[in-house]
Design a protein around this ligand. Structure first.
Ligand code: SF4
Ligand code: SF4
Length: 390
């Protein structure tokens, strides 16, 4: 079995227990970053930029969003100061880890002319493995979904594989539910259960902030063994459990998910699709921020001198007219048909294609929709109407 299947496709609820829980201090987290860099990883973590929390390369703990939290609602995101100095006291921002694993633009190949010679240059794989810091439970599920889509079929994506293999995941159990989060409804959080190398839960003790920590893989065990640590005390473990329970109880949104496939399939001509079409700008923001959306298009370009030509792959969106363009026009010409395509694929027909829902309940599509369209509200409107058309 390949690496991605063994590490990220374990059933929810199955937990690695490769090592006892240990407690590490905030200072030991800097040692963790140093360890990972020393082992040749490119360390990526959350950091504040342009008044949002984004994922980018980090060198030190000072770059984490210490003391910040995010206020999220439909079409609304604001960073606000916390009353404490938590390092991970926020939910998720506009970026997801797909920015690194399934990159927005990939040059597939380039042709270079040199006199009479023509050479074809393929994109080189990244020269460093990624170490991701602060990965949430819903995000691990999203990566498992992209693994299934991009590696699980007959034609695995070699670009994704090159970035994905050897990646190291430091997960964080969520201590703060965002106003648009509904991972609990989708059974994807807030507790981290599998697919990580090291998991952290941030707690407050008499001596300050610390992290109840667990290894989830052999690689995680080795890194953890090199950090200053001590066995976690019973009260710290209880505190860590309480963090998760509090977060689960504070989800900003809920959505019944056990019958979505059937509900949406029965309602493909529901009048709610016309209603949402009047509000939807078809901007595609929801697909760009979604950690599971994977569609791409391919573009060719050449320089004016005719010396080089290249073929690139870039993220695309089912909300554009071009996405479904065939000779004679677009298959999905209306906003109604494009929104319906996106939502029914995410919540219903993804199950037929890939065996799971395409939604992990991260709430990004609600927060970053400029007009605040809310996928949970759209489902509720169809459900509450009691309509069963089709
Ligand atoms: S639902 Fe919102 S984010 Fe998505 S395309 Fe429509 S307006 Fe844009
Ligand atoms: S559809 Fe929305 S809530 Fe679901 S995974 Fe995508 S961005 Fe997150």
């Amino acid at each position: 079995m390949s690496l991605w299947m063994t590490r990220l496709s374990q059933p929810p609820g199955k937990r690695h227990t490769m090592v006892e829980k240990v407690t590490v201090t905030v200072d030991a987290l800097q040692a963790l970053l140093d360890q990972l860099k020393g082992r040749g990883y490119r360390v990526i973590g959350p950091t504040v930029r342009d008044q949002t929390i984004v994922y980018d390369e980090i060198d030190s703990l000072a770059e984490l969003p210490r003391g910040w939290t995010d206020e999220q609602e439909g079409g609304h995101y604001r960073l606000v100061r916390r009353e404490d100095d938590a390092l991970f006291g926020f939910a998720v921002g506009p970026h997801s880890w797909k920015k690194f694993l399934h990159a927005p633009i990939v040059e597939l190949w380039k042709v270079v002319r040199n006199g009479e010679d023509v050479s074809i240059v393929a994109e080189s794989p990244p020269d460093q493995r990624f170490a991701f810091i602060g990965v949430r439970a819903c995000e691990l599920h999203a990566i498992a979904i992209q693994d299934r889509v991009l590696l699980g079929g007959q034609y695995p994506d070699s670009h994704y594989r090159a970035r994905r293999e050897g990646a190291f995941f430091v997960a964080i159990n969520c201590g703060e539910a965002g106003g648009t989060c509904f991972c609990q409804s989708m059974n994807t959080g807030p507790a981290v259960e599998s697919g990580y190398d090291i998991s952290l839960t941030e707690i407050v003790t008499e001596s300050g902030r610390s992290f109840v920590t667990e290894a989830g893989s052999e690689a995680g065990l080795q890194v953890l063994a090199a950090l200053p640590r001590r066995p976690a005390m019973d009260e710290e473990i209880a505190q860590a459990k309480a963090v998760i329970s509090r977060t689960a109880a504070a989800m900003g949104r809920q959505m019944r998910s056990d019958d979505l496939r059937e509900l949406l399939e029965r309602n493909l001509d529901h009048p709610r699709w016309d209603d949402v079409a009047k509000r939807c700008l078809t901007c595609g923001n929801c697909t760009m921020v979604c950690p599971t959306c994977f569609c791409t298009s391919v573009e060719d370009s050449s320089d004016l001198a005719g010396e080089t030509a290249s073929r690139s792959r870039r993220w695309d969106s089912c909300f554009t007219m071009d996405f479904s363009y065939i000779h004679g026009g677009s298959v999905r010409a209306s906003a109604r048909s494009r929104y319906r395509q996106w939502m029914t694929h995410k919540l219903a027909f993804w199950v037929d294609q890939f065996g799971t829902s395409g939604c992990v309940g991260c709430g990004r599509c609600i927060t970053w929709c400029p007009v605040g369209i809310d996928i949970t509200e759209e489902v509720r409107a169809i459900r509450d109407s009691g309509s069963t058309e089709g």
